[in-house]
Structure formats: C-alpha cells, structure tokens
Design a protein around this ligand. Sequence first.
Ligand code: NAG
Ligand code: NAG
Ligand code: NAG
Length: 400
Amino acid sequence: MTMSSISRLVDKFRWSRMGTGNEEQGFTPFKLKVMQLLTSKAVRAISIIALLVLVILGLLQLPSASFDRFWRNSSFCSSSPSHSLSPSAPSTPSADNFQPDELNGIDWSRFAYVQYVTNTEYLCNSVMLFETLHRQGSKADRLMMYPSSFAVDGANAEESRLLRLARDNFGVKLMPIEIQRRATSDVTWAESYTKLLAFNQTQYDRVLSLDSDATVLQPMDELFLAPSALVAMPRAYWLNFDDRILSAQLILIEPSKYEFSRVMNALSAATSNDYDMEIVNNLYKDSCLILPHRPYNLLTGEFRSNNHSDYLGNSEEEWDPEKAFKEAKFLHFSDWPVPKPWLSAPSSMIQDKQPKCQKNPKTGEEDDCRSRDMWLGFYSDFRQRRQVSSFVILVALLSV
Ligand SMILES: *[C@@H]1O[C@H](CO)[C@@H](O)[C@H](O)[C@H]1NC(C)=O
Ligand SMILES: *[C@@H]1O[C@H](CO)[C@@H](O)[C@H](O)[C@H]1NC(C)=O
Ligand SMILES: *[C@@H]1O[C@H](CO)[C@@H](O)[C@H](O)[C@H]1NC(C)=O
C-alpha cells in the first residue's frame, strides 16, 4: 500500500459536519423539537451531565489560555496569531533566511503560495496555513483557489467569514474556481484534481502549491528563486526508494497555457485510480527539478519511525528530532492510522501510536522522550490554532 493511498484512507475519516447549508429550512419545527426535548426532565438531566463532562474534558484538554479564548470566541478557525509550535519551536520564526542584498530587485508579486479549497473544512485548514505565512512575514503573494459557489460577501455563511478573514487579515488573494471532479475508485479524493488548477494561474511566474493538512514551519520564499523548471517537487522519501515517486504535497510550478492544457489532457485520460499525485508523476517523473525533501517535506510519521535513514539520506547520521524539526520548513500530517489533527482520535489510539521514548545513551534509561513530546506538540498546536472546540461538539449534540 502506498503512502498516498494510506493518507487517502486516513482522510476517509473526515468529519463531514460542514457545509449542509440547510439550517434555515424547517426552523420552527426544529425549535419546537428542541423546546420539547429541553422540557423533558430526563433529557435535561442527560444534557446537564453531558455538558459537565464536556466542560471537564475541555478543561483537561486545553491549556488555560486557549480555554479562555474558547469561551469568549466560538471561532473554530482562529485568527489570532500566537502559539509557538512545541517546546523547542523557535518562538518567532525568522522572516527569511537570506541576506537583504539578495532580495533587492526581486518583485515578489510575480510569485505566490497557492492553496486549493473544495469544502469548508479544507477552507479552514487553508486559512490557518495562510495565517502562518502571514505571521512569518513570507514575501510572495498568497492565492486561494476557492469554489465559486462560496459567496465572499454572504452575511452569515461560515465560508464567507473565513474567506473575508483570509483576504482582509492575511493578505490572501481570492480566485474563484470550479472544483475539478472525476469518478474515482475512492470518492474522498475525487476532488483532489482541483490542485492542478495551479498550473492555470498564469498571472504569476511561479506558484508554490502546498497541501493544507500540514504546518508551515518556516517560509519558503527562496524556492521561488530556484533555477527555472516547469515543475519542481520533492521525492516521497518514505516510499520505496527505487520507485522514485514524487510527492505532490508541495509543487513548485511555472504556470503556463501549454502546461495547463497538458495537465488537463492527462486528467481527462486518467483512470479511476489516477489521482493528482499519479498525474504529476506520469508527466514530470523525468523532467522535474527535485527539491530536497529535507527540509521541504517532513512527515509527522517520521517521529514515530525506528529507521530514519531514508529521511536523513544516509545511515551514518544520528536521528536528532530537534535538529530535524529546526531544519524542516514544511511538516505534513501523516500518521496512519492516527486521523488528521482536525479529527478526534481515541486517546487509546494516541497512547498506542505515539512515538516511544528512546534509550538515552547518557542514563541508559528509556527516557529520551523528545520525539514523542514534539509529535504530541504538532497535533496540539494544530488543534489549538484551529480551535476544534468542545463548543462545536456541544451544539451538534444539542441539535440532534
Ligand atoms: C475571535 O478572536 C479573534 C482574536 O482573538 C478575533 O480576531 C476574531 O474576530 C474572533 N472571532 C469571533 C467570531 O468572534
Ligand atoms: C484558466 O484560467 C483562465 C483565465 O486565465 C480562465 O478563464 C479559465 O476558466 C481557467 N480554467 C479553469 C479550468 O479553471
Ligand atoms: C533502514 O532502512 C534502510 C533503507 O530503507 C535499510 O537499508 C537499513 O538496513 C535499515 N536499517 C535498519 C537498522 O533496519
């Protein structure tokens, strides 16, 4: 099983809470139903108990600062900058790693970080990623391709609020697009082709497409200055080395009319097992510029692995989780069977799957728990920023 099909499987657990859009319909019967429910003593007692349990769970799970915010602010997609990633995260990531001289004369508006969005849930992830790039002071434009069915100026819709938040607070340019769908073997990924519309953003000389189930640890502006290549990608280092598979989690593209038409032709010829990753691999396997996966494509699963030689690129070097974290710029959530960080995982699963503490050569004890602590930190950082709050769950519970 390839890692991409694994991450597809993981994605199957996506929470399909969003985007029903039917709230207005049947409002009065719904209200009545709720009133009847709430007046029933048994239900009231159960609700109170459930509420208490949730409050206690909330208190236990959330550090107090975010807990405060959670009651005052029901936004699950935080707009507030903050949160260093984990104990060893640089608290203020440097805006860039260049000498100012090198930057002179560069017109950054020719370049853009690009994200595609197909539903409200991924919209939220995308806004989070752009918030990070904004906070880190990345220089290139930020472009979000969003479904043209989302109204930017809608008064109440969650999508509208998030789109405006991205545009007004994080300097994101909004590009309405049509979602690219195909009948695929796995319906969860039927819309992943939408990513390929990045090839059509010819208003830019170069765009960097980033998957949104990830955390940007450092800006990657320097990639826009890489030697010219139609496409540049890192390898999927975690897959069989001999297959030389490219990872589509991060793609640096020089958009062009011709390339876009090639990609679209490949898309229409694709079989039901060819997803965006297969398409770019077929087209660019032999011509793409290879970006080093280290530091541009680290998986959270690396922190659970016992053998790091593929990631490190050699078998001499010792795995040092802090060093790996500090050098990495893009961290992708991939920990099958642990679900993506915006989904809830049973704590028994986390207990079972979290990285094991390693033997510490100094003490001889298994007390080197850095990998585990950092891994847990990646998840809690994401959850905190997204504010996957118990409030949302509570509302869902009461409206059943
Ligand atoms: C939530 O709080 C942030 C600042 O902490 C604020 O910018 C945002 O507008 C708030 N959202 C809502 C829905 O109140
Ligand atoms: C590609 O971009 C052009 C504008 O540059 C636009 O008219 C066209 O609809 C886009 N195609 C798709 C499939 O989004
Ligand atoms: C680690 O993996 C590499 C390649 O995947 C393999 O050659 C090596 O033998 C493995 N090391 C150990 C200790 O299993």
